[in-house]
Design a binder for this molecule. Structure first.
Ligand SMILES: NC(=O)c1ccc[n+]([C@@H]2O[C@H](COP(=O)([O-])OP(=O)(O)OC[C@H]3O[C@@H](n4cnc5c(N)ncnc54)[C@H](O)[C@@H]3O)[C@@H](O)[C@H]2O)c1
Length: 351
């Protein structure tokens, strides 16, 4: 087991390579009631917990983004009320990022904040969503518009969940791992060098080291800057263009696939602007394509993409902002690059 400590609104540990059933029984020991929140599609994989005087309650919610809704939240509040959940009880989210975002927000909003535990079951959840204390649900006006910063008391990463992930979801989760490599950790890129998705999946050791290192990158950033300001923004490397692609694809692409396209775009743009060398641009393309992630784009037209980037949350007023790297591990902000260069990078991406 490897433990990564996070110091934010509270101190807590992310434990990598644990048996979640054993760890959860320990954490639940002194609680009267524990709510297990999970998505309906994962029902068969949720064990029945039984320990001492603790009473366990099980709350299935709709799969994916449908679960992160106000109506499901209202149902969950009523359910907690009926079960008599008090300030000293515990909520546990077992699932992908959608479930841990929802469970965390349920915990944040119940009695002005009760303890919760995240048990992420996707790579994206393990290295990103469950770490850092951002919780929330969607509104009819957009994703993640309702939320709170409310860190869990523990994050438990059990590799048993990885076995059933599809190759597509596994690769999409690795896009965030590649991002962590470029913004902070050369070793991640070295571990992935010349590796295919199959090479990585078939090595438990490499997979776990990649997860640990990515969690460590996120931990470093969120510990230094719990709320959103520039340091935390570096986690959005590749996301300005990626979010625009995601929005315009109407969420038909996985988030990680959009981030992959976004990193390819920022690599082309940065090379054009002389911010990175052609070698670093090539490293982006080789690493992402080696994992089977998309590195080109044939979707929306340029004016739509530009408009979507301008409403991205990293843009302030009329300023279009990107996170760029100058070399592996060194980030900086790029504001309002010349539009002809933005367009030229888009054309390169479309080739
Ligand atoms: N809070 C944050 O900081 C943060 C950061 C990034 C993403 N997010 C959120 O995370 C969500 C995306 O998370 P995600 O990519 O994990 O998607 P997800 O939670 O929607 O899960 C994707 C699919 O995988 C299934 N699944 C989950 N675990 C599985 C397993 N072990 N085996 C087989 N199938 C499994 C789910 O049922 C679902 O159908 C989004 O809602 C996003 O907004 C939050």
């Amino acid at each position: 087991m490897k433990t990564i400590h996070i110091s934010a609104d509270r101190e807590y540990d992310v434990k990598v390579d644990v048996d979640f059933t054993v760890q959860l029984s320990d954490l639940a020991r002194d609680r009267t009631r524990v709510a297990i929140v999970f998505s309906e599609s994962m029902k068969a994989r949720i064990p029945t917990f039984d320990s001492g005087d603790t009473e366990y309650f099980y709350l299935p919610i709709p799969d994916g983004e449908a679960g992160k809704s106000a109506s499901v939240l209202v149902h969950a509040w009523n359910w907690l009320g009926a079960a008599g959940f008090t300030r000293t009880d515990l909520i546990v989210g077992i699932g992908g990022g959608a479930v841990t975002d929802f469970a965390g927000y349920l915990a944040a909003s119940w009695l002005r904040g009760i303890d919760w535990v995240a048990i992420p079951t996707t790579i994206a959840g393990m290295v990103d969503a469950a770490v850092g204390g951002k919780t929330g649900i969607n509104s009819d006006y957009g994703k993640n518009l309702i939320g709170a910063f409310h860190s869990p008391i523990s994050v438990l990463i059990d590799p048993v969940w990885l076995e059933t992930l599809s190759d597509r979801d596994f690769a999409a989760g690795l896009a965030e791992v590649v991002k962590c490599g470029f913004i902070r950790d050369q070793r991640i890129l070295d571990l992935m060098h010349a590796k295919t998705l199959h090479d990585i999946r078939s090595s438990r050791e490499v997979t776990l080291e990649l997860i640990e290192r990515s969690v460590a990158v996120k931990a470093l950033v969120v510990s230094g800057d719990f709320k959103e300001s520039f340091d935390r923004e570096i986690l959005n490397y590749g996301h300005t263009f990626g979010h625009a692609v995601e929005l315009l694809s109407k969420y038909s692409l996985r988030h990680g696939e959009c981030v992959s396209i976004g990193m390819a775009y920022i690599a082309y743009l940065s090379e054009r602007l002389g911010i990175i060398s052609s070698d670093i641009r090539a490293l982006h393309i080789e690493t992402l394509s080696g994992l089977g992630l998309p590195i080109s784009y044939k979707g929306a037209e340029w004016p739509e993409l530009l408009a979507a980037m301008k409403v991205d949350k990293k843009s302030r007023g009329n300023t279009l902002r990107f996170v760029v790297i100058t070399e592996v591990g060194k980030t900086q902000r790029l504001e309002n690059p010349i539009e002809s260069e933005l367009y030229a990078a888009y054309e390169r991406l479309c080739q």
